[in-house]
Design a binder for this molecule. Structure first.
Ligand code: C2O
Ligand code: CU
Ligand code: CU
Length: 495
């Protein structure tokens, strides 16, 4: 496989658009008549007496999306999927049935649970029509936070997620017990974009859209278009936000209100941090507080434009466009877009912001530092692929061997400044970002997905704890993952 530069990429990708390597990109063709259901707020399933048990079925369903009727891939007929809630120490049992026309499986993004057996095992494949019971225990010392679940069958992940398959997995605990947070009004925000044709079916992306990572023009929050949230005057609103889109980035901002960051992917930070906007790459989560201290009225929750880098592309009119600020695609927006509306309703005694949250552990400086170059290449018979250290995913190959109970630094190097941003995600073990281009991060936080911009080098520090076995790291622009940008890390038991 040969490395390529951007100009070669342009020529090659335009050429490979007409080659026959599209097999894994075909949109779901389901011959069954979709079921008719009326819909739909996602249902909540909570654990009781230490057990969270439910039946979960993936299928093609007709749902209402905004004002439209759409045929989407759903869990239990719902978009977003049912919200699951459990506590540290609970057992989770999910009786899962695949009624899609493709293989699928379940991944529990951000949970620290075994990567083996019927737990968070990305290597399982459940054929159409078959069932599997997932079962695992959330460790007693698991941090509380906003996690999620979605399919993970290599080659189909972008398509299945874009089709609608994703839901929140909340672990309740210490953070929820901080008095000011407990008193806050809690809302969940699942950000998901869709591309529908006139009949309400998911549109197949073209070759370029797959290279960029597919995006849709219909922006939804919890499966609704511009839903309304309320905040009491004087009170606090806690927003728990998930970017469940396969490729779209969100720069979230709320008119006239700063956002107070209280938690990132893996749980609480030390103390609230005031933000004017919050950037969420695919897969990332954040929790923020909003203070109801402005003039009562209506305020828009917006997403601001974000340029996630181009690759040198053919524009719609056939002329060449290159680099940042010139990216192609239906999706590039130069204006803010409305996600939701926040209105003041009622008033309560003034609730202050919490001063302290939960201490984030300091990790020891490790001896092992590994390097991962993020790039792309032209592969024989496959067309364009995305790579770690020049290699595409191979389920039979272990790329990285680590020892249980050690801490490592990984340097993620996005080689070409003209190329795209890649949000890199590691399963099973959370990490902390140490530095970006040598500049140390302003605060400590637990992450499982980190944005590496074109040309940037990001250093992350990972403790490999509790569980041995094989798991994966990959780009969370899921088309890139499906096109090879995934590697296997094997955690070997301590001697
Ligand atoms: Cu949310 Cu392996 O992914
Ligand atoms: Cu994950
Ligand atoms: Cu990527």
């Amino acid at each position: 496989m040969s490395k390529i530069n951007r100009r070669q990429f342009f020529i090659l990708s335009a050429a490979s658009a007409v080659t026959a390597s599209m097999a894994s990109w075909a949109i779901v063709k389901d011959n069954k008549t979709p079921r008719q259901t009326k819909i739909l707020l996602s249902k909540l399933h909570q654990s009781s007496d230490g057990l969270l048990e439910l039946d979960l079925e993936a299928n093609l369903n007709r749902v209402n999306l905004g004002s439209q009727s759409a045929y989407l891939l759903t869990y239990n007929g719902q978009v977003p999927a049912p919200r699951l809630e459990a506590k540290a120490g609970d057992t989770v049992r999910i009786n899962f049935t695949n009624n899609l026309s493709q293989p699928t499986n379940l991944h529990y993004h951000g949970l620290h649970i075994p990567p083996t057996g019927n737990a968070d095992n990305a290597f399982l494949s459940i054929p159409p029509g078959e069932s599997l019971t997932y079962e695992f225990t959330i460790p007693k010392n698991h941090l509380s936070g906003t996690f999620w679940y979605h399919p993970h069958p290599h080659g189909y992940v972008a398509e299945q997620l874009f089709g609608g398959l994703a839901g929140l997995f909340i672990v309740r605990g210490e953070l929820d017990e901080i008095p000011e947070i407990k008193a806050a009004k809690e809302e969940f925000i699942v950000l998901k974009d869709f591309a529908l044709d006139a009949s309400g079916r998911i549109q197949s992306p073209n070759h370029m859209e797959i290279m960029m990572g597919r995006e849709g023009q219909l922006l939804t929050v919890n499966g609704q278009v511009n839903p309304n949230f309320t905040i009491p005057k004087g009170g606090l609103l806690r927003l728990r936000i998930l970017n469940a889109s396969p490729s779209r980035f969100y720069r979230v901002s709320l008119e006239n209100h700063p956002l107070y960051l209280i938690a990132t992917d893996g749980g609480a930070i030390d103390a609230p941090i005031e933000l004017q906007e919050l950037l969420l790459a695919p897969g990332e989560r954040a929790e923020v507080l909003v203070r109801g201290d402005r003039e009562p009225g209506q305020y828009q929750l917006l997403t601001l434009p974000y340029d996630r880098g181009g690759m040198g592309m053919m524009g719609r009119g056939g002329h060449m466009m290159r680099g940042r600020g010139h990216r192609m695609g239906r999706s590039f927006q130069t204006n803010p877009q409305v996600l939701a509306t926040l209105s003041y309703q009622d008033s309560v005694a003034t609730l202050p912001l919490p001063q302290q949250l939960l201490p984030v552990e300091t990790l020891p400086e490790p001896k092992t530092v590994r390097r991962f170059e993020l790039s792309m290449a032209m592969a024989p018979r496959m067309g364009m692929v995305f790579t770690f250290n020049g290699q595409t995913f191979d389920p039979e190959r272990v790329d990285t061997e680590v020892k249980l109970n050690t801490v490592e630094d990984w340097e993620l190097i996005n080689v070409d400044p003209d190329l795209m941003d890649h949000p890199i995600h590691l399963h099973l073990n959370r990490f902390q970002v140490v530095s970006r281009d040598g500049q140390s991060e302003p605060y400590r936080a637990w992450k499982d997905t980190v944005l590496v911009r074109g040309g940037e080098t990001v250093r992350i520090r990972i403790p490999f704890r509790d569980f041995a076995g094989k798991t994966v790291y990959h780009c969370h622009i899921l088309d890139h993952e499906d096109l090879g940008m995934m590697g296997i890390v094997e955690i070997e038991p301590a001697a």
